[in-house]
Ligand binder design. Structure first.
Ligand code: UDP
Ligand code: MG
Length: 326
């Protein structure tokens, strides 16, 4: 890291860690973070652990850690609201001049954050970590993630960096910009791309989970992916035009064929099969299009209800003054 400069001296950095049923790793995570991020550099740190409605001992353990280190703060949700919302709540509660998002399972090496801080001190607003390698993931997850990020980039209205998760640092003005986006279906990594400013990446190797299992079952992965696509592109809505054109074209060919068989061959009674195919095909296409429209309308409905994004049940360690000022 750079030597303290007049411009960056005594800055506070908030580390946001979403945690859901992480009792097996959280002790190690807290210990490692506390060790790596010590205040005797040119920056101070605060840690916000967001307990996303864990059903195991995660919250109890976090409360214990908060008692031993005044830099540790804990937000606990009234129930499980999901990873992206937990990240949002942590960012909302952050007081830092820069905010870092990092997973609780030590897959994102905390050491990389030090490089991110150096880049931020060099004037960048967003420094995101791009995974060059992912250890300990199933081939299925690797393949689907690869396809997802490429497909998303293809249809998204803003370029979203490939193979990049939420592991990143954001400057205060980037955070303020992010907070001005109140949308409910949050795809944080895409939203941060949307805000612009000076962004750069750091390549890193994603480690294996330290302990425990992934909290992203297939169901959550599918929801997350469709959120990303639908929040960042209206192209699926336009798909119906494409389907319609394909249908029109194929029916045109079928009509010519029907006329041909009626007038130039003796083989023109066999109409039932083609009829069924046409009805089923068009019915299928119509249902797909309705489904796509329904997805967007569902989201409009969700937005219009205007419910809070999350409900906090307990806030621990937030009362005291800015620790970084000590
Ligand atoms: N997480 C969360 N709420 C959830 C699911 C996950 O806060 O509903 C947290 C989890 O504790 C972890 C991070 O989000 O810190 C990423 O989850 P995980 O490591 O299970 O995902 P993977 O790395 O397998 O994609
Ligand atoms: Mg993980």
């Amino acid at each position: 890291m750079k030597k303290p400069s007049a411009k960056t001296a005594h800055k506070l950095i908030t580390i946001v860690v979403p945690c859901y049923n992480e009792e097996e790793v959280i002790g190690e995570t807290v210990a490692r973070m506390t060790r790596i991020f010590n205040n005797d550099r040119d920056v101070g740190f605060e840690f916000i652990y967001v307990d996303d409605g864990s059903r195991d001992r995660t919250l109890d353990l976090l409360k214990g850690f908060a008692e031993t280190d005044s830099r540790i703060r804990v937000l606990s949700f009234s129930r499980n609201f999901g990873h992206q919302i937990a990240v949002t709540a942590g960012i909302d509660a952050a007081k830092g001049d820069a905010v870092v998002i990092i997973d609780a399972d030590l897959q994102d090496p905390p050491e990389v954050v030090l490089q991110m801080i150096a880049k931020w001190q060099g004037g960048y607003d967003v420094v995101y970590g791009t995974r060059t390698e992912r250890q300990g993931e199933s081939n299925f997850k690797l393949a689907t993630a690869r396809i997802f990020y490429r497909f998303l980039n293809l249809i998204s209205e803003v370029p979203i960096p490939l193979d990049t998760g939420d592991f990143r640092l954001m400057s205060r003005r980037a955070v303020t910009a992010l907070q001005s986006m109140p949308e409910r279906d949050r795809f944080v990594r895409g939203m941060v791309s949307w805000i612009g400013f000076k962004q750069t990446k750091i390549d890193y190797k994603r480690a294996e989970r330290f302990a425990g299992v992934s909290k992203y079952p297939l169901r959550k992965m599918v929801k997350f992916a469709s959120n990303g696509i639908i929040s960042f592109s209206t192209k699926p809505l336009k798909l119906s035009i494409f389907f319609g054109m394909v249908c029109a074209l194929s029916s045109f060919i079928a009509i010519i064929y029907a006329f041909y068989s009626r007038f130039f061959t003796s083989n023109w009674v066999a109409g039932w099969t083609t009829l069924m195919i046409a009805v089923l095909f068009i019915g299928g296409v119509q249902l797909i299009c309705l489904g796509i429209i329904g997805e967007y309308i569902g989201r409009i409905y969700n937005e219009i209800k205007g419910r809070p994004l999350y409900l906090v049940q307990e806030r621990i360690g937030f009362e005291d003054k800015r620790i970084g000022d000590e």
